[in-house]
Design a protein around this ligand. Structure first.
Ligand SMILES: *Cc1c(COP(=O)(O)O)cnc(C)c1O
Length: 233
C-alpha cells in the first residue's frame, strides 16, 4: 500500500465511522503523526491530501521544517514537551496537543506573550490514571481551566488523551466515552482563555472507535506511513 492509498483508506474509515455515529465527517480532522518519517514522506502525504501533521520530537520537527516538509499543511505538536524546548515550538506549531501541567502552560504563556502571539493548546488528560503517563487527572481539570484564565497568551482549545494500551480497540471505548463526557462537562462552564472546540483522541488501532465516541482530531501514524523502523536511529 502506498501512502496515498493509506490516506484514502483512513479518510474513508473516518467518514464511515462519523456517518454511523450521526456526525458530519467534515468536522473531523486527520492529524498525520509523522514521527520518524522524513520530509519526502511528509510531502507524499500532503500530495495525498493530508492537511495537518503532528510531530513528537522538537529536533526532528525543526529539521523537517527547515527542509520545507510541511509547506501547504498545518503543523501540530503532539509529543511530551520539555519546558526548555517551548521556545522552539511556540508559534511554529499552530496547536500543541500535549500540555500536561500548569507549569508547562505558564511557560508557553510567557513565551507566546514575549513574541506577541497567542498559542492554541489542548490539555492532556491522563484518562487511564497511569503512573507512567503525564497529564491532568480528570478531577484536576476544572481548577486547571480556571487557572488558564490568568494566561492571556494561550487559548485552551480542548482536551487530548492517550488511553492505556488495550488488547482490542473496543476496550478503549470506556476511556473515549469518559473523555467525551469530560469534554462536554468542562465545556459547559465558561472560563477565560478557554474554548472547548477540539477533542483529540484515537490512533491507528482505534481511530474509528474514537470518532464514534466524539473525537474531533485523530492522530494517525502507522496506518498512513506504515510501521516505524526503530532500529534506524
Ligand atoms: C505516534 C503517535 C500517534 C500515532 O500512533 P500510531 O499508532 O502510529 O497511529 C498518536 N499520538 C501520539 C501522541 C503519538 O506519539
Amino acid at each position: 500500500m502506498t501512502i496515498a492509498e493509506n490516506v484514502a483508506l483512513v479518510q474513508e474509515n473516518i467518514a464511515r465511522a462519523a456517518r454511523a455515529a450521526g456526525r458530519d465527517p467534515a468536522g473531523i480532522r486527520l492529524v498525520a503523526a509523522s514521527k520518524m518519517n522524513d520530509a519526502a514522506r511528509v510531502r507524499e502525504a500532503i500530495a495525498a491530501g493530508v492537511r495537518v501533521f503532528g510531530e513528537n520530537r522538537v529536533q526532528e520537527m525543526l529539521e523537517k521544517h527547515a527542509q520545507g516538509a510541511y509547506e501547504g499543511a498545518e503543523l501540530h505538536f503532539i509529543g511530551h514537551l520539555q519546558k526548555n524546548k517551548v521556545r522552539q515550538v511556540v508559534g511554529l506549531a499552530s496547536l500543541i496537543h500535549s500540555v500536561d501541567s500548569l507549569e508547562l502552560l505558564a511557560v508557553i504563556d510567557r513565551c507566546a506573550a514575549a513574541r506577541g502571539l497567542r498559542q492554541d493548546v489542548l490539555l492532556e488528560v491522563n484518562i487511564g490514571g497511569e503512573a507512567s503517563k503525564s497529564g491532568f487527572a480528570p478531577e484536576a481539570l476544572p481548577a486547571a481551566l480556571e487557572k488558564a484564565g490568568e494566561y492571556g497568551a494561550v487559548q485552551v482549545r480542548g482536551l487530548m488523551a492517550i488511553p492505556p494500551v488495550c488488547a482490542s480497540p473496543e476496550e478503549n471505548r470506556p476511556f473515549f466515552l469518559r473523555m467525551k463526557q469530560l469534554f462536554v462537562d468542562n465545556g459547559r462552564k465558561k472560563y477565560d482563555n478557554v474554548s472547548m472546540d477540539f477533542l483529540s483522541m484515537g490512533m491507528s488501532g482505534d481511530y474509528t472507535e474514537a470518532v464514534a465516541c466524539g473525537a474531533d482530531l485523530v492522530r494517525v501514524g502507522t496506518a498512513i506511513f506504515g510501521a516505524r523502523d526503530y532500529s534506524r536511529k
